[in-house]
Design a protein around this ligand. Structure first.
Ligand code: GLY
Ligand code: MN
Ligand code: MN
Length: 436
């Protein structure tokens, strides 16, 4: 659990990083319609949640520079009739006690009060490009304030992206955040284990998806961190396949990329396994090569390692293996330079993980690949994909798609694999699928 004190400290930290005379405007998410008058399940904006822990839609957090982190929340007022239908709302009266914000006002007062909050400020930070509605509102207010400035009241100079500051903060996970991520990882691995055990008896990809979601939900994760990918046979070569509606053929290799979300924190795990519990010769050769690349890349994760080094290790290991298998011919360094692997491995090996599955935070700093540091969390997820019409490889490889993905925390001296309890070695996978 993340305490009210931790949320307060985050708001203070943001306040301290704002240049003097700046204000940050961080909107909550809204509830978009799905169809008719039905809404998508609500998911809070990650930046807003990071700063408040507040899980209601239609709100705005205002933080001023100056270090104290004085915060003003605009949120929905209590409303007995609406609460009868959709449940209790925090309202304004309890906002200080529950969230620790300094002031709370009904959202209906925003148009009147925002010009006062912006008056005298030079810089406005908000998540540029995230919500056109909020953006229009902020710019419209800016014009109103600017008009007053002519009368000597204020001088607004510019808009800046709050995501840059928050991205840096969110990149380093606190102990409380890591506890939530460990729980997301634990439930995720339980879901994968259940799916692996069930798969030999199932007929369709969506049935496998149901096993994952059943276990996630049963263990308290009410949502997935992203749409589950359950891709059998050649569909595994479509990186973000989510149709999940094909027959599971008896000899199919199944790529399952799925992660539970726990209190808005994501896990992101991929395993690839044979439906019948035994890899074919070709499937196993490709699987073992991807596994080798993943193990080598995970082993390199430690403070000081540059982010791009992880991908470099994956590329080298895969290229060497593809040469050994006769799939590529030539000298390894030259093949890497030409990018000969790209038709079979076309994505990055890693991304940050946290409140968002592709979490925020820069991958490059001062023009150089970022060095890893303690309490960053990243995925390591090499893959090989032989598209069914990839004419440059022998037909026996075509249609095979393999990815293996784990969630790795950088520690003081190395790394911790948050999802290590889920088997990944080929023989262990076979044992699990066969139910031995
Ligand atoms: N599940 C999306 C990804 O692995 O990046
Ligand atoms: Mn991933
Ligand atoms: Mn994934």
């Amino acid at each position: 659990m993340i305490t009210i004190e931790e949320y307060k400290k985050r708001r203070q930290a943001l306040s301290q990083q704002l240049p003097s005379n700046a204000v940050a405007l961080i909107p909550a998410a809204s509830e978009p319609l799905r169809n008719g008058d039905a809404h998508y399940r609500f998911r809070q904006d990650s930046d807003f949640y990071y700063l408040t822990g507040f899980n209601e839609p239609d709100a705005l957090l205002v933080i001023c520079s100056g270090g104290a982190g004085e915060s003003v929340l605009f949120n929905r007022p209590r409303n007995e009739a609406e609460e009868q239908w959709t449940g209790p709302r925090l309202g304004q009266e309890d906002a200080n006690a529950v969230l620790g914000v300094d002031f709370a006002f009904p959202l209906s007062r925003l148009d009147e009060m925002l010009p006062q909050l912006l008056a005298g400020k030079s810089l406005v930070y908000y998540p540029l490009g995230r919500s056109s509605q909020w953006e229009a509102r902020f710019r419209e207010t800016w014009f109103r304030v600017k008009n007053n400035a002519r009368r000597g009241l204020a001088s607004l100079e510019g808009f800046y992206d709050s995501s840059c500051l928050l991205g840096e903060m969110r990149l380093f996970k606190s102990d409380a955040e890591l506890a939530l991520m460990r729980e997301a990882a634990r439930v995720t691995t339980a879901g994968h284990r259940r799916a692996m055990r069930a798969c030999s008896a199932l007929t369709h990809e969506y049935q496998l998806e149901a096993e994952l979601v059943y276990e996630f939900t049963r263990q308290g994760c009410r949502d997935v961190a992203y749409d589950s990918i359950v891709a059998s046979g050649p569909a595994a070569c479509v990186l973000h396949y989510t149709e999940n509606n094909q027959l599971l053929r008896p000899n199919a290799l199944i790529l399952v990329d799925a992660g539970a979300e726990y209190q808005n924190y994501a896990a992101d795990v991929t395993r690839t396994y044979p439906k019948n519990g035994t890899f074919s010769h070709e499937q196993r050769q490709i699987y073992e090569l991807v596994y080798l690349a993943q193990q080598a890349a995970i082993a390199a994760v430690q403070p000081g390692c540059r982010f791009e080094q992880i991908q470099a290790i994956v590329v080298r290991t895969l290229t060497e293996g593809l040469v050994d298998l006769g799939i590529l011919t030539g000298e390894v360094d030259g093949l890497i330079e030409q990018g000969a692997y790209r038709s079979m491995y076309m994505h990055q090996s890693s991304h940050w993980l946290g409140l968002d599955v592709h979490d925020c935070g820069n991958y490059r700093v001062n023009g150089e690949s970022r060095r890893l540091a303690p309490n960053m969390v990243l995925t390591v997820e090499p893959g090989l994909y032989f598209h069914h019409d990839l004419q440059t490889v022998a037909s026996r490889w075509r249609g095979i798609g393999v990815r293996i993905e784990d969630d790795i925390r950088v520690t003081e001296s190395g790394h911790e694999n948050l999802t290590a309890s889920l088997p990944a070695a080929a023989s262990d996978i076979e044992v699990l699928v066969r139910g031995e």
